[in-house]
Design a protein around this ligand. Structure first.
Ligand SMILES: *[C@@H]1O[C@H](CO)[C@@H](O)[C@H](O)[C@H]1NC(C)=O
Ligand SMILES: *[C@@H]1O[C@H](CO)[C@@H](O)[C@H](O)[C@H]1NC(C)=O
Ligand SMILES: *[C@@H]1O[C@H](CO)[C@@H](O)[C@H](O)[C@H]1NC(C)=O
Ligand SMILES: *[C@@H]1O[C@H](CO)[C@@H](O)[C@H](O)[C@H]1NC(C)=O
Ligand SMILES: *[C@@H]1O[C@H](CO)[C@@H](O)[C@H](O)[C@H]1NC(C)=O
Ligand SMILES: *[C@@H]1O[C@H](CO)[C@@H](O)[C@H](O)[C@H]1NC(C)=O
Ligand SMILES: *[C@@H]1O[C@H](CO)[C@@H](O)[C@H](O)[C@H]1NC(C)=O
Ligand SMILES: *[C@@H]1O[C@H](CO)[C@@H](O)[C@H](O)[C@H]1NC(C)=O
Ligand SMILES: *[C@@H]1O[C@H](CO)[C@@H](O)[C@H](O)[C@H]1NC(C)=O
Length: 317
């Protein structure tokens, strides 16, 4: 496995995902507007899920009786994050969008909760180096830590998995996070300030519950079309190449401060590299010669959750 360190500044400034988008530096207000959009999404996810499933439903799905009450607490945290960001942004605050979540039972609710908390943490982590105002950095840090604790609780206490990924977590840019969040967004009010993100095609892996050395089948949907609403303005510095079958293609795996690659076979299958642990974000790219850049990134992100048994070497992720 060949790994690039994204700490190399020369690559980091060009990286589409792992580094914040420095091609077009966002203002603090734009970063906070993006954060509020995420908090609206999370808050709606929890309040809707909790209205859908009562304690008995959670117990019948095999969860401890305390689990629903814990989600009530998490839901309260998200609602308070919404209020805080609304008050910081004042008249610059966007309104909530309309959302659809593929929640069919408490198990899918818990699984999506874990993905949302992990992506939320990575979003705040990616925002830190973009924010200029140190007071705002501290505010973002206090929320970041809570998102990380919530992800750990869901992963360890509920899913009986690991509480951490490894020594490092993964910062993501707004476009990277949006490629995950946008799958739940139907439309946003046309009066909302525009989000400065790049819509990307949705990446899917099959099967979904994979670990290292597993072979997976990779597919990419058409780019999401948000044209009637004001969800996004395409960052016009970005031109996505098309997957015309010419190849070569790779999956890039973003883990901690590193990115690793796996080549795509002719049948669109690939093998998950060894050495990955916990939450790993992956995207389809057209080159393994440099860290992924806007020129080589072909899809949005997909979240993997690689099992980490207690006996495993967890000194890297
Ligand atoms: C990039 O992928 C090619 C196969 O497409 C492989 O031969 C080469 O070793 C890889 N390079 C790196 C740096 O991983
Ligand atoms: C919980 O919801 C289920 C349907 O999802 C319903 O059958 C049951 O009566 C509810 N239990 C309580 C205690 O409200
Ligand atoms: C930083 O943000 C705080 C809180 O919103 C605000 O009170 C302060 O004026 C800002 N500082 C600068 C230099 O803009
Ligand atoms: C987690 O472990 C507990 C206790 O052994 C068990 O009741 C529960 O079903 C497990 N949950 C999952 C999601 O495996
Ligand atoms: C959101 O859904 C409501 C209720 O269905 C609808 O009235 C409204 O127009 C939708 N908003 C947008 C931005 O599409
Ligand atoms: C929002 O979308 C509408 C209709 O597509 C457009 O007329 C309007 O200019 C957009 N507003 C902003 C702020 O982009
Ligand atoms: C994935 O799920 C399938 C079917 O539920 C199961 O047989 C398989 O062991 C799981 N694989 C992993 C890596 O957890
Ligand atoms: C993955 O495969 C490699 C090569 O076959 C092997 O050395 C390694 O132990 C495997 N890793 C795991 C976690 O099974
Ligand atoms: C691989 O994926 C590409 C792009 O989605 C598609 O055009 C092609 O037909 C796929 N190839 C196979 C063998 O499924």
């Amino acid at each position: 496995m060949f790994t690039f360190s994204l700490l190399l500044a020369a690559f980091a400034t060009r990286c589409a995902f792992a580094a914040p988008n420095l091609v077009k530096r966002l203002t603090d207000t734009q970063v906070l507007q993006f954060a509020l959009n995420l908090e609206y999404l999370e808050s709606t996810f929890y309040s809707r899920g909790l209205s859908q499933f009562n304690e008995t439903d959670f117990e019948n799905a095999g969860f401890d009786s305390s689990v629903r009450e814990r989600f009530v607490q998490i839901s309260e945290h998200e609602a308070i994050h919404v209020k805080l960001l609304q008050s910081v942004l004042g008249s610059d605050a966007p309104e909530p969008c309309n959302y659809t979540f593929p929640v069919t039972d408490p198990v899918s609710f818990v699984t999506i909760s874990f993905a949302l908390e992990s992506a939320g943490e990575s979003a705040y982590l990616g925002a830190l180096s973009v924010l200029q105002n140190k007071t705002t950095v501290t505010t973002a840090g206090t929320i970041l830590a809570v998102e990380a604790r919530q992800a750990s609780y869901v992963s360890s206490s509920i899913l009986n998995s690991t509480a951490w990924n490894g020594p490092f977590d993964t910062p993501l840019s707004t476009s990277a996070v949006f490629s995950l969040a946008s799958q739940f967004i139907d439309a946003c009010p046309s009066t909302n300030p525009s989000l400065i993100v790049t819509p990307l095609p949705i990446l899917s892996l099959s099967p979904t519950n994979v670990t290292v050395n597993d072979t997976v089948s990779v597919s990419v949907s058409t780019k999401q079309d948000f044209s009637p609403s004001n969800i996004t303005i395409v960052d016009d510095t970005f031109i996505a190449p098309t997957t015309d079958g010419s190849g070569p293609f790779y999956l890039a795996f973003f883990h901690g401060s590193q990115v690793s690659f796996a080549p795509l076979n002719a049948d669109n299958s690939t093998t998950i590299p060894d050495g990955l642990a916990g939450v790993v974000y992956t995207a389809l790219v057209s080159s393994n010669a440099t860290a992924p850049s806007p020129d080589t990134t072909l899809s949005g992100l997909y979240v993997l959750n690689i099992p980490v048994p207690p006996s495993a070497d967890n000194s890297s992720n």
